[in-house]
Design a protein around this ligand. Structure first.
Ligand code: ADP
Length: 374
């Protein structure tokens, strides 16, 4: 028999059970870690772990397909620098707070990506990139379809409208009512087509030529437009409380502002007031507001108002010549200027629509060329 006195008597000897349990636990953990790593490696989305100096600590194979990164060449290299030329580099450098949607992949512009950056602990960040090429293609097909249909409808509608204008109801008194209806409807269709074309243009244009837009004459034009539309039924008040002009597209700003003004006139009963206000807020932002004392909007509709064809009351909108596209146009035109729209309303009391512009877009007044006004 093999004696084992040392094992039994020595106090320094390790207990026989613990090491085996530890080894098993370590093995189990290692297996779990491998399974997790394999699962992340198998993801179709690119996953890249970055340190606080934008260096790559880990990446999965999809990062090669989508971002052109490979292991070991790109490990510990500076990703912000490598992607500096694409839209992704500046976004990463500035912290990537908001997700980046629909940008070309760095090595292949046909591949469209959606990216997000997630903080991991205090010093690391996880970059996720997803291939959204199919979605982007479908989105493009939808935009092209709407633009093409609108374009195709424009000419026949103009012809029909022209002939209807030529017909004199006095020549056919028995059809006077019908003619009036036909004229009204063809005008409405033409307006829908024009609004769809404006939306398509705003959606597809990637950049626009920025110009200093003098606010004082633009505000005066808006007031005149409100008065013409109101036909004396409302009190129109202009409050220009800022000495600032705006940097942007005169055409698109005018279109956004006049949509807000025309809504205020149309959704305010006779005897109400429309206030057009331009001011610089304490935080440096510029605020263009249209405040009415009209019908107001119940709270649950407000978040959906900028969707295409969304109306609180379809019959009222149609009656007042609305297309349901005005606020979508406003949202897109403001988005191009990094401006946001804020809506507050009280049913029966009135509504306030405010366009908030970042301080960097505000210019000292009279910097604009007075010749370039609506
Ligand atoms: P529409 O052509 O129907 O006016 P918009 O996109 O401009 O379309 O507006 C969407 C809807 O928002 C309108 O149908 C109306 O119900 C509501 N709305 C917009 N502006 C106002 C306002 N100033 N007061 C009350 N309701 C408004």
């Amino acid at each position: 028999m093999y004696p084992s006195p040392v094992v039994k008597t020595s106090p320094a000897a390790p207990a026989p059970v613990r090491p085996v349990a530890d080894v098993r636990r370590v093995r189990r953990l290692a297996a779990q870690f491998r399974a997790l790593r394999d699962a992340v490696a198998a993801l179709p989305d690119a996953v890249v772990l970055l340190d606080d100096a934008c260096r790559i600590l880990w990446l999965n194979p999809a990062a090669g397909t989508l971002l052109g990164l490979t292991r070991p060449e790109h490990l510990y290299t500076d990703l912000c620098q490598q992607l500096g030329d694409s839209a992704i580099g500046p976004w990463l450098r500035t912290g990537g707070d908001a997700p980046l949607d629909d940008v070309p992949a760095p090595h292949d512009a046909q591949v469209r990506l959606a990216l997000s950056l997630i903080p991991v602990g205090a010093r690391q960040r996880l970059l996720l990139a997803r291939d959204i090429s199919t979605r982007a293609r479908l989105e493009q097909m939808r935009r092209d379809f709407v633009a093409n249909v609108s374009h195709e409808l424009r000419t026949p509608l103009t012809v029909i409208h022209g002939y209807l204008e030529l017909l004199d109801p006095e020549d056919v008194p028995q059809l006077a009512g019908v003619l009036g209806d036909m004229r009204g409807q063809s005008k409405r269709m033409a307006q829908i087509v024009e609004d769809l074309l404006t939306l398509s243009r705003l959606e597809t244009q990637s950049g626009f030529s920025e110009e200093p837009v003098a606010m004082a004459p633009l505000l005066a034009t808006l007031r005149r437009e409100a008065e013409v539309l109101s036909q004396g039924r409302h009190r129109v008040i202009l409050e220009n409380e800022s000495e600032a002009d705006l940097l942007g597209s005169l055409k698109d700003l005018h279109s956004a502002f006049s949509n807000l003004v025309s809504n205020a006139v149309r959704y305010t009963p006779s005897g109400g007031s429309i206030r057009i206000r331009w001011e610089r807020l304490a935080d440096g932002r510029g605020a263009f507001s249209v405040i009415d004392t009209g019908y107001g909007i119940p709270a649950h509709h407000i978040s959906r108002l900028t969707e295409r064809f969304y109306r609180v009351s379809s019959s009222r909108s149609r009656e007042l010549g609305g297309t349901g596209l005005g606020l979508s146009i406003v949202k897109h035109a403001l988005g191009m200027h990094q401006a946001q729209i804020q809506i507050s309303s009280e049913p029966g009391q009135g509504s306030t629509f405010t366009a908030l512009f970042p301080g960097e877009r505000l210019l000292p007044a009279r910097a604009a060329d007075p010749g370039v006004q609506p």
